[in-house]
Design a protein around this ligand. Structure first.
Ligand SMILES: [Zn+2]
Length: 631
């Protein structure tokens, strides 16, 4: 998400997700010129040289000028209304092509200054376009609804923009007068301060507490060293690391962190109230017209299924060989690492097998992505790190950046990114540009289904119990951290907002109390399933999402739950379930995410998806237990 904001500043549809990032480490030893052509993406389909790119850049600049001409005139008649939207979305589409080329080219080798300059020029064009288009939504909102209906009746070509315009109009009751809007907008200068304070204090000014490990080595605890050493095989080390991190690193400053976070929560409420929402939750979900019931259902269902988390925790204790599990044991691996190796060719062939349940159409498109060089695989000197899929070039095909290192993580990352790529490819193909890009709430479903299929495949094809345990155990850890941990965060976030909305005091100390109670409940502290030490109460201050985002993290959990349910249906039912799933793949943002998910075969307001995901988790535990029993 952060990346997205940087690349596409202040455009109208900020909720759109173009680039999905997954990070992993790799080594870059070779130059790009040494990589075989078949492992490099072919971005020459966009432009064969910079001159061509510059021609489009000039064209876009003149379109941006044209767009400014329509400012204040949209209400005049249906023709101007249409022309404004046409000009804007055509320019937007062109901007995506121009920037996709610039960003992909610069990611190939960040050391090349000329490409960085293209990147910079593209970013500037995005800002100019965003500024030039900023009149459009307010102007649509200022026109009488009857007049807009008349425009749509008069001009058939407008139908393409029907969903977009209606979605803008949906915000009418939450939009204020021009002057009030100006005041709200300028408040942004103040209300973003808390996030800045957090990041400066947490990353730079707060002292990193030192810790002496069992090896005698003395380390300083920052975010990176903490996440490394909390996984330590040595139990005393991981206890010490977590204890020092939260006691010295956060408890000491809980009132500072608390006052700052409370400020952010009050700012959230300031906007919600002024925009005539009862709660911040209502406002946040309303951006994508998600009913509050989706959130409450998530929390209720997870509460109901805590016994499954507790079963996992007991299994984890057994596999780690500890009598009593503690919170600091959660990150220790319960399975032995297995060194799978896959060359790129092997990985491609394997994924074509893995995706078979998705049907021939899907597999043939994945094969095209390999044959037509949509993917850049090899880590090279100066190449951008991590992995992503970009579906910005609407009339072309998506691109995937990888840093392939021949291991299972590479394979699983490619499966994930291919999910985003297929989603973008089919949405671009089936929707007009204005409706092509999908919302965050559905963005991780296709990618997660692919990872699920890969896991199932690897379990089936495992050569021995060791391999099987590794895949199953890793999968369980993912479910623990993505489903249960994220919902515990979602509950904390909800609880602290409620305090402010009910006019109750909210301090760092109070936040620690709230957080501690939630974590104890989730991890079965009172029934000795997993002991949660006192210092875990301060963990909330370590999680940057609470201050950086508003009601965002719950989507990690819903995505995995819906994807698990949809994957199960696809595997069990075959074609009818595949056909339904294409409602998401083809759907872009042609409807609200909740409707697309319903059409795909899962109702986010019911318990079905949860029942399926939880029973899957139980069946994975059954499989692990039967392997352990054999031993
Ligand atoms: Zn993703």
């Amino acid at each position: 998400m952060g990346e997205l904001m940087k690349q596409f500043p202040s455009l109208v549809k900020l909720f759109l997700v173009l680039i999905m990032i997954n990070n992993f480490s790799y080594s870059q030893n070779i130059e790009r010129s040494e990589v075989p052509l078949k492992f490099k993406w072919d971005n020459s389909i966009l432009y064969t040289n910079i001159d061509e790119w510059n021609i489009d850049k000039k064209l876009l600049e003149s379109e941006i000028e044209k767009l400014k001409y329509f400012n204040g005139k949209m209400k005049n008649n249906s023709y101007v209304f249409y022309k404004t939207l046409r000009t804007y979305f055509d320019a937007y589409k062109l901007y995506y092509k121009i920037s996709d080329y610039a960003f992909r080219l610069s990611d190939e080798d960040l050391r090349i200054g000329a490409n960085q300059s293209l990147n910079q020029q593209a970013t500037n064009l995005g800002t100019q376009l965003g500024e030039a288009a900023s009149f459009i939504n307010p102007e649509i909102l200022s026109i009488e609804k009857n007049t807009i209906n008349k425009f749509f009746n008069e001009k058939n070509q407008l139908s393409e923009f029907h969903f977009y315009v209606n979605d803008v109009l949906r915000m009418k009751e939450h939009t204020l007068s021009e002057n009030e809007e100006k005041v709200l907008a300028s408040a942004g200068l103040i209300t973003t301060t808390m996030n800045e304070v957090y990041s400066i204090f947490d990353n730079a000014e707060k002292t990193n507490p030192p810790v002496k490990l069992s090896t005698g080595e003395e380390i300083e605890l920052n975010g990176a060293s903490y996440s490394k050493y909390r996984t330590s095989e040595n139990r005393e080390d991981r206890e010490k690391v977590m204890n020092v991190m939260f006691t010295e690193g956060y408890r000491k400053y809980q009132n500072t962190f608390g006052a700052n976070l409370a400020g952010k929560i009050r700012a959230d409420y300031f906007y919600a109230k002024n925009r005539k929402y009862n709660t911040v939750l209502e406002q946040s979900l309303d951006v994508n017209k998600i009913p509050v019931g989706v959130y409450t259902n998530l929390v209720d269902q997870i509460h109901k299924n805590l016994p499954t988390l507790h079963r996992f925790l007991k299994l984890k204790a057994k596999m780690l060989g500890v009598d009593q599990l503690h919170y600091y044991d959660l990150y220790a691996s319960m399975v032995k690492n297995v060194d799978f190796t896959f060359s790129i060719d092997e990985g491609q062939n394997l994924l074509l097998e893995v995706f078979k349940p998705m049907g021939e159409e899907y597999v043939s498109t994945v094969k095209r992505s390999f044959d037509e060089r949509w993917i850049d695989y090899v880590p090279t000197k100066g190449k951008s790190s991590g992995a992503y899929s970009s579906g910005a070039a609407y009339d072309f095909h998506p691109f995937i950046l990888m840093n392939w290192t021949d291991d299972f993580e590479s394979l699983s990352t490619l499966a994930h990114e291919l999910g985003h790529t297929m989603h973008s490819y089919y949405s671009n193909k089936n929707q007009p540009f204005v409706n092509a890009q999908y919302a965050t709430f559905v963005a991780e479903i296709a990618s997660t289904i692919n990872e699920t299929l890969l896991n199932d495949f690897m379990v089936k094809k495992a050569k021995n119990d060791e391999e099987k345990l590794y895949i199953l155990g890793t999968y369980l850890d993912l479910m623990r951290s993505t489903i249960f941990r994220q919902v515990s965060f979602a509950e904390f976030e909800w609880e602290i907002h409620k305090r402010v909305e009910n006019n109750e005091p909210l301090t760092g100390e109070e936040m620690s109390k709230i957080y501690f109670e939630i974590v104890k409940k989730y991890y079965g502290h009172d029934s000795n399933i997993c002991i949660v030490p006192d210092y875990v109460a301060f963990e909330w201050a370590y999680i940057p999402h609470f201050i950086g985002y508003t009601y965002y993290v719950y989507q990690y959990s819903t995505s995995l739950i819906y994807a698990t349910a949809l994957a199960e249906k696809i595997v069990k039912e075959g074609q009818p379930a595949i056909d339904r799933f294409y409602n998401i793949l083809n759907g872009g943002s042609s409807d609200y995410p909740i409707e697309l998910i319903k059409k795909a075969g899962v109702d986010p307001l019911s318990s079905e998806a949860f029942d399926i995901a939880i029973s899957k988790m139980n069946s994975v535990m059954d499989q692990i237990e039967s392997i352990l029993d054999k031993k």
